[in-house]
Ligand binder design. Sequence first.
Ligand SMILES: [Zn+2]
Length: 342
Amino acid sequence: MRGRYCLMPFVFKPEMTSPKQQKKLEEATRRREKVFAEHPEVAELDAVIKKKEFTLRGANFHGLDTKERQQLQGEITKLKGKFNKLLSEKGIPEDFKQPRWDCPKCQDRGEVLTSEGYTRCSCHQERDLSLIRRQAGLPPRYAEAKFATANLDLYPAKDSNGKETPRLKAKKAFKAAQEFAHSQLKEGHSQGLLIDGPVGSGKTFLLACITNELLAHGKPVRYISYSDFLFLVRLSFAPDSPYSEYQLIHEIEQAPVLIIDDLGTEQATDFSSSLLYRIIDHRYGRQLPFVISTSCSLNELARRLGFLGEKIMQRIIESCRVCGLKGDIRQKLIAKERGKDG
Ligand SMILES: [Zn+2]
């Protein structure tokens, strides 16, 4: 019954050749034909071996008994030895008929058959990682930002007003960020983070640490600076734009983890207010986490997010743990970088 009377369409994706595989196969065919054209004796011997192999494969059909089969097998082995010797005399590599795969393990198919079915081949896992790294959109300046190398000693250990010191605040914020990243890697928890702090307090560095931590474990994440994102959306209205507004927004709405840097830097228009509400509400409804940084206080942020500011903030507060940074560490960072150079 199996197979013969099966009405389901027979789909066997891994056996389908990709355009890249097809190219490699065609290249191998051309190489073989070139060798055969230049060395007819190689082609002749190859044809004799093939004919004998064909007979052996159809041994039952040809009515061969065991002795005849063994005899034929012996002839083939001898001819193959002669064939390889001929190749070596003519300086032709033994594998001249084989396609030159980039990955012999999966023959450039990207998938390998394991006991658990078809799984991604290691060659593609590496490529997938580099692709999600590029798609994350993190500025190259922050490519090396990591929790392990974050120097919280740059934050002042004292506060002139007797309030929580910048260093203590930074420790809490970095801890919350690390916990967020780890929960994303473990169970994909939906609670996000809202980090407020003045310009120069290291918010982008902190967001980059989260982004890099997720990327290091192969978790797709999308980083945007909100003003850059709005700029791209506005550009998408131009008739010759390579992106559509839909593409840009869809990507941000669907990202498994969204990191929005510097929200509230400009007063929102009705358009940008509606757009942000749409994105935040979409992610809120689907429990897709987001991390937001802002230089504004929460009240100020609600005002700067325009006519839907209050509603947006409601969603953000419901979805995010709030923490902050304070102090301006830029001068110290610059001094540190200079120290490194000289
Ligand atoms: Zn492979």
